[in-house]
Design a protein around this ligand. Structure first.
Ligand code: KG4
Ligand code: ZN
Length: 335
């Protein structure tokens, strides 16, 4: 039987990506064009530059994705594109492109929530993963602890009260002069370093699952100021490793409290920060200790890509049918 082909399009931040997947989980192509170099000198994503770059990239990336998958648009059964959350100008490029294709060729269209996309990165090439499960979604814009009783239904157990986890990594990297995006840089220099510094953080939130990273970030900044005032040298790798240990400890303490409270046997990590080696290592060890499964996507599928958008779109389409073509970009879209 002919496989069901979904074309996915992602342009919510600074990656233009187009993917082709078969039957919701098999990747035929997943082309990702990063704008990192255009933004690096500004120390973060510049929204207008991002939108212009998407506009230049989307057509060639789309052509490459079809060519690599060995198909034509006529063979596509569904077009899925991110409609939020993200930068408005960036979202509009991918979304408008996708709607244009769908309209011209009368192909069903579905708008996808980017955060849901990150969660579905876990079932690409691994369709056997099944709820009930707890999922920690940690990216540059989001930090959500979710309970999934079944696919597509989310109970939010906790979320960040201030900075997202990835945002905290990026900000600490910036004050350490490590460049953008900072998460991978912190991860890299922390590998061989001592992580013994204690940055004093505000107390937790009375047993609930919420997160807060701005206190930790401020404690790191205060430490750096103090060292400067005292004329003491700063060991950036030690600061990075100590920050990372404390950030990961906060994430994993909430995650495993939820696992114990709810009695689930499967946990998923998703989003860019799920690429963090320390987070993966601690989660695997804790999961092994409890005899449960801890899964996370391969590195390339942790950060933004269109294959995860196609997967999320495919499954939502199966249960709810297509979106209205009137759908518009929603920068603040929640799960
Ligand atoms: O999911 P993503 O590509 O984009 C958003 O939806 O935000 O996540 C990007 C975030 C950035 O903050 C980046 O610094 C962080 O993920 N990140 C990491 C690592 N790789 C990417 N943070 C910590 N360790 C990493 N290895
Ligand atoms: Zn993302």
């Amino acid at each position: 039987m002919k496989p069901f082909i979904t074309l996915g399009i992602e342009s919510s931040c600074d990656e233009t990506s187009v993917a082709v997947i078969a039957d919701g989980t098999v990747i035929r192509s997943n082309i990702i064009s990063s704008q990192l170099e255009q933004h690096a000198k500004f120390g973060g994503v510049v929204p207008e530059i991002a939108a212009r770059c998407h506009l230049e990239a989307v057509l060639p990336i789309y052509r490459l994705a079809l060519a690599e998958a060995g198909i034509t648009l006529e063979e596509v059964d569904l077009i899925a594109a991110t409609y939020g959350p993200g930068l408005i100008g960036s979202l509009l490029v991918g979304l408008s492109f996708a709607k244009g294709l769908a309209l011209a060729k009368k192909i069903p269209f579905i708008g996808v929530n980017h955060i849901e996309g990150h969660i579905y990165a876990n079932i690409l090439e691994r369709p056997e993963v099944k709820p009930p499960l707890v999922c920690l979604t940690v990216s540059g814009g989001h930090t959500d602890l979710l309970y999934l009783e079944k696919w597509g239904s989310y109970r939010i157990l906790g979320r960040t009260r201030d900075d997202a986890a990835g945002e905290a990594f990026d900000k600490v990297a910036r004050v350490l002069g490590l460049g953008y995006p900072g998460g991978p840089q912190i991860d890299r220099i922390a590998r061989e370093a001592a992580d013994d510094l204690e940055f004093v953080q505000p107390k937790g939130f009375g047993g609930n699952y919420d997160f807060s990273f701005s206190g930790l970030k401020t404690a790191v900044i205060n430490y750096l100021h103090r060292q400067k005032q005292l004329g003491e040298a700063v060991d950036s790798a030690r600061v990075a490793a100590s920050f990372q240990r404390q950030a990961v400890a906060q994430l994993t303490s909430r995650l495993f409290k939820a696992v114990d409270d709810l009695g689930v046997r499967t946990i998923l990590l998703s989003g860019g920060v799920a690429a963090n080696s320390k987070l993966r290592q601690v989660c695997l060890a804790e999961a092994e200790r409890r005899g449960i499964r801890c899964l996370y996507p391969p590195l390339t599928l942790c950060t933004d890509n269109a294959a995860m958008i196609a997967a999320a779109g495919y499954f939502r389409f199966q249960s709810e049918g297509p979106s209205d073509l009137e759908i518009t970009a929603q920068p603040d879209l929640c799960l």
